[in-house]
Each structure stands twice: as structure tokens, then as C-alpha cells.
Design a protein. Structure first.
Length: 364
């Protein structure tokens, strides 16, 4: 794919509004000087109303059929935000058009689905990127730089805790939803349906598994042990704890729906983010915070360290994929399907471990 001239705007289409992050990603397109929303599509027109109003999308760019959108909008790349269990089907529907795909997290409901998506994009001649919003948080990017520079020696352990009050408490742009609205939506929401890939484990464990693998430079654990809490009356879990055994030691990844506060308004306790343990020090990297906390053998007193300022095109997913794909390059790091597949192996093994109640070797 050749880099486009600045005057040629990238035409971007958004398909499926199951995940509230579609609104956030379309906003990035709307605000990008070299991109435009070429079209949006969902089987339920009502779910597109907010985007239509927010981004002034004309009627002739609104579709309920993927085939019609692809034929008439002629997008340069597509954003997909379906329910987790529908990721593979959605990618397989779009991949034959040969257009790059930006898929909102998590990667997949299963490793088999992940492989279907990788195979489909390869067969269609397109590219695939998986967006993990935590990958753009300055503290977590700064932590990766420090690890790669050897500031804490060899990375031995990754400890992750993350979640929120629940997936129905906010819309795109983190717009708040009332308790009454959440209660009314919960019985029919895909987030709480097992068949749709709901639950905190499938929602959040991919963050810890994928970014943890990024921090570990692609190293995978040997075994996985996971337990979940599934409240009475629910099909899915709202809390999971997963222990990974590496050759270097143990790591722990914990997911939670039901924190007292959302981390983007006020950090709950435990704090959401990562604690990274190396042979010569530790780093605490928490979501939305402006400082890391660093401890080393030579400086054992824990001290704050300002996070890096991120610069274009490494601040947000849309500007990043436009830069990479415009140069004919694949994405790297946590957005890479190869790295995400390792994370998906961890997620799949954790899911099975929780179901079977035993420690399992990492799936191949």
C-alpha cells in the first residue's frame, strides 16, 4: 500500500456498534486532518443515532448492510466493534474486500476465532490491527521504554489489575449512565451473555495478557491457573484472577467489573494498572496517572517519575494505523496480530482453567 498524498483524505468506515468504543474511534477519525468518516453501518439504525449527530454524518453515508457500505462508501480501512463472539464472523465478512481492519479489543472469544481472523485477512490481502486503549496510556508506554532500557533489569513478573464499575455504566466518550438505566439494560445486554463472549475475563484479561507479553518481549508463560466469580443469576463472571507461571516466576492478572469508581474519574482500590517487577527494580504504572513510581537497587526509596509526552503518530490508534498503513507497513507492538495471538493463548487457557478448576499448560 503506497503512502497517500496529504490532499487525499483517508476514507474510514465504522461497522457494528456493539462496543461503545466505536464512538471514541470515530471521533478520532472525525478530528484527524487527513481522514473522514466515509460511512457507518449497523443492523440497528437506532444505535448509530449518537454518531450521526456527533459527527454530522449525512444520510447517504449511513448503512444497515455491510455489502452496501463497502460498495458505496469505498473505505480505505474499516473499524470493527462487534460483540466479542462476533469478531471472527465480522472480520471474515470484511476481509475479502482487501481493506485493512482496525478491530476493537478484545482480540477474540477463542484462539480458534483469532486464527480465523488472521487467516481471513491474509487470504484477502489486507491487514489487521487490534486496538487496546491501554496501549496508548502514557504511563504504560513509559514503562515499556524503561523496561527496554534495562532500568529495572530483566523483567520477571507482571502484575495487572483493571476493570471498572461495569460495561454498561458508560457510553462513548465516557458519558455516564445511571444505575436505573444499567439495571434495565443488563438482562438483555450482550456483555452479560455467555454466548456473546461477555464477562470481565474476556473483556479485560486480554489487556493484561497482551500488554504483559509486550513487556515480556514476546515471552509466554508455561502454565496458567485461573478462577472466576460468577454472581448468582448471571451467565458470566464479574471478577477473575489468573496466575501465570513463567520460567522466571509468577505473574498475576486480575479483572474486575464492580469497582467503586471508574479509573478515568477516580482510581479505585486496588489501583488499575500494572506493577512490573524486574531483577533490579520495580515500576508501578497506573491508568491515567501522570507519574510512574520507580524503585531500584541503587535507589530503594520509591520515587515518582513523570510519564513521557507522546507525539504523533503514537498517541492514538487511528493516527497510528494511518501512518503505518500509509507507509505500507504492518502495525507493531500490542496491535500486532502475532503478539495478540500469544495474549489470546493466555486468555483461552485461563478460560478453560476456570471452567475445569485446574492448572493447565499454555495452549499452543
Amino acid at each position: 500500500m503506497e503512502r497517500k498524498e496529504p490532499a487525499r483524505k483517508w476514507r474510514v468506515a465504522g461497522i457494528n456498534f456493539d462496543h461503545m468504543h466505536m464512538g471514541d474511534l470515530l471521533r478520532e477519525v472525525f478530528e484527524h486532518p487527513d481522514a473522514e468518516i466515509a460511512g457507518i453501518c449497523d443492523a440497528d439504525p437506532a444505535r448509530m443515532k449518537g454518531a450521526i449527530e456527533a459527527f454530522h454524518i449525512p444520510k447517504d453515508r449511513v448503512f444497515t448492510s455491510v455489502a452496501s457500505l463497502m460498495a458505496k462508501a469505498e473505505p480505505d480501512f474499516v473499524i470493527l466493534c462487534p460483540a466479542t463472539a462476533d469478531h471472527a464472523r465480522a472480520v471474515e465478512e470484511v476481509a475479502p474486500y482487501g481493506k485493512p481492519i482496525l478491530l476493537e479489543k478484545p482480540f477474540a472469544a477463542s484462539l480458534a476465532d483469532a486464527d480465523r481472523m488472521i487467516d481471513a485477512t491474509r487470504a484477502g490481502g489486507g491487514r489487521l490491527a487490534i486496538n487496546w486503549p491501554l496501549a496508548w496510556y502514557p504511563p504504560h508506554v513509559t514503562a515499556k521504554r524503561l523496561i527496554d532500557q534495562g532500568v529495572i533489569g530483566d523483567l520477571l513478573e507482571v502484575h495487572f489489575y483493571d476493570g471498572n464499575r461495569g460495561p454498561l455504566y458508560h457510553l462513548a466518550d465516557k458519558v455516564e449512565v445511571s444505575d436505573e438505566e444499567v439495571k434495565a439494560a443488563k438482562p438483555t445486554s450482550w456483555w452479560y451473555k455467555r454466548a456473546s463472549g461477555g464477562g470481565s475475563l474476556l473483556d479485560y484479561l486480554g489487556y493484561g495478557a497482551t500488554l504483559g507479553t509486550w513487556y515480556m518481549n514476546g515471552r509466554a508463560p508455561l502454565t496458567v491457573t485461573s478462577v472466576v466469580d460468577r454472581p448468582a443469576g448471571l451467565e458470566v463472571d464479574e471478577h477473575s484472577v489468573t496466575v501465570l507461571r513463567y520460567e522466571t516466576g509468577l505473574s498475576k492478572l486480575e479483572t474486575r467489573w464492580g469497582t467503586f469508581t471508574d479509573p478515568w474519574t477516580m482510581q479505585p482500590q486496588p489501583k488499575c494498572g500494572f506493577v512490573l517487577v524486574g531483577s533490579d527494580g520495580t515500576i508501578s504504572s497506573y491508568d491515567y496517572e501522570h507519574h510512574l513510581h520507580l524503585q531500584t537497587r541503587h535507589h530503594p526509596a520509591i520515587h515518582p517519575l513523570p510519564v513521557d509526552t507522546l507525539h504523533a503518530p503514537h498517541r492514538k490508534p487511528v493516527e497510528y494505523v494511518i501512518d503505518r498503513w500509509g507507509a505500507g507497513l504492518d502495525v507493531e507492538g500490542p496491535l500486532s496480530p502475532a503478539l495478540c495471538r500469544i495474549g489470546q493463548r493466555i486468555v483461552d487457557t485461563a478460560y478453560r482453567s476456570a471452567e475445569e478448576g485446574r492448572t493447565l499448560e499454555l495452549l499452543p
